[in-house]
Design a protein around this ligand. Structure first.
Ligand code: S3P
Length: 427
């Protein structure tokens, strides 16, 4: 792909589409299949580069991958995964790096994990600390333990009782994956319920988990055990559907639907936010999954707290919605945005500013004064900062508004290689 993408205003948007398979489910399907004995199948695996990195790593650790036309087939070795002498390259993918820290902590020996320029700036102390309590040593640069990482794993890990200090599904998952091979149970406490993909998928493989709701959060207790093989079906990624939900709502003449979307409560907080803003956006149940409908709407500002969107993945695109709304929207407790593929706190504010909106911040909160309609957006140029979600947020703003130029746009491939094709198909 040419690394500069030009997005033009679309006169009209119509149609239905399928977004890539859920990224979170895809990573875990590969990892759990590799940890199991025998052959598992995966339907609908995300084609993104992040998931490809995970696929290459499970093979490096000893799993076999054979694809047929529709299915990905992963066979976990009977004797379990083994350390690789070569570095495990996680590319742009924080999920790969954090979850593999958990997986390799349970493989005795020494491991090296590396990533691209963006991943090499991201903090891994959040997984190094609990895995250290279990007996593995994860080291990297400085206090934040940035990659490249070295993991020294003991012959036997012990279980841990750990209170995750930030709302992070990745930290929870790294500890649970390590806990599978520990000598005793592992208990995780989370104050905010983050996506439960790992727990649900572990449950499907027969691993013994006890989950209790505690206030706004959860306590999860895992009994060590080896996952059983499974036939995985990966539904559409709600975080990708969110881009089309906002596109439909802010475009002056749009009727869109996204088919077969995963809609667990921790993932679809964005739908409630958009509805509160007055958007004609609905999730309609269709068998096991949901169809997301979105139509042109007139939006009003709102107040959003990070609790509503745990993991804050949809904040950049909700900010684009706030830019097209009337009034001042407040985004509260958004500090975690700074630690994503780019510093999304400042990248999101700068995107809003380039659309012509007044933006300001106070501590962990930021504010956007919308310009009442995407028709009032300025044409703009945006640098992707190696951040796929910033590329897609900018593209939605350009398509609904008055066009844009996105530099280093190919980074969109880390989660959605066909994003620009799908966008064009709706026009
Ligand atoms: C993910 C968790 C989230 C999210 C990421 C995927 C996962 O990060 O941002 O895109 O698959 O567990 P947190 O660890 O901040 O929740």
């Amino acid at each position: 792909m040419n690394d500069v993408a030009k997005v033009h205003h679309a006169r009209q948007l119509r149609g239905s589409l399928r977004v890539p398979g859920d990224k979170s489910t895809s990573h875990r399907a590969l990892m759990l299949s590799a940890l199991a004995v025998g052959q598992s199948t995966i339907t609908g695996l995300s084609p993104g580069a992040d998931v490809l990195a995970t696929s290459a790593i499970v093979q490096q650790l000893g799993a076999a991958r054979d694809d047929d036309e529709r299915l990905v087939l992963i066979t976990g070795p009977d004797e379990g995964l083994r350390a690789s002498a070569a570095p495990l390259d996680c590319g742009n993918s924080g999920t790969s790096m954090r979850l593999f820290c958990g997986v390799v902590s349970a493989i005795a020996g020494s491991h090296e994990l590396v990533g691209d320029e963006s991943l090499s700036k991201r903090p891994m102390d959040r997984v190094a600390l609990p895995l250290g309590l279990m007996g593995a040593r994860v080291s990297g640069h400085g206090e934040l333990i940035t990659p490249p990482l070295r993991v020294k794993s003991p012959e036997i890990l012990h279980g841990v009782e750990y209170h995750v200090p930030v709302a992070s599904a990745q930290v929870k998952s790294a500890v649970l994956l390590a806990g599978l091979a520990a000598s005793s149970t592992t208990t995780i406490h989370e104050d905010v319920r983050t996506r439960s993909t790992t727990e649900e998928m572990l449950h499907a493989t027969g691993v013994d988990l006890d989950i209790e709701r505690v206030g706004e959060g959860r306590r999860i207790t895992l009994t060590p055990g080896r996952p059983r093989r499974h036939d995985w079906y990966v539904p559409g990624d709600p975080s990708q559907a969110a881009f089309f939900a906002v596109l439909g709502a802010i475009h002056p003449d749009a009727t869109l639907e996204v088919l077969s979307v995963e809609a667990s409560p921790e993932r679809v907080g964005f739908v409630g936010v958009l509805a509160r803003m007055g958007a004609d956006v609905r999730l309609v149940e269709n068998g096991q999954f949901h169809v997301l409908h979105s139509r042109s709407s007139s939006l009003a500002a709102t107040e959003i707290h990070a609790r509503e969107i745990p993991s804050v993945d949809e904040v950049p695109i909700l900010t684009v919605a706030a830019c097209a709304a009337s009034g001042v929207s407040a985004f509260r407790a958004m500090g975690e945005l700074r630690l994503k593929e780019s510093d999304r706190f400042s990248a999101t504010m700068s995107l809003a500013k380039s659309l012509g909106c007044r933006v300001w911040s106070e501590g962990e909160d930021f504010f956007v004064e919308g310009v009442a309609s995407a028709e009032n957006f300025l044409e703009f140029t945006f640098a992707s900062l190696l951040d796929h979600r910033m590329v897609m947020a900018a593209a939605v703003a350009g398509c609904a508004g008055n066009g844009c130029t996105i530099e280093s746009a190919s980074t969109v491939s880390s989660s959605y290689p066909h994003f620009f094709r799908d966008l064009a198909l709706l026009q």
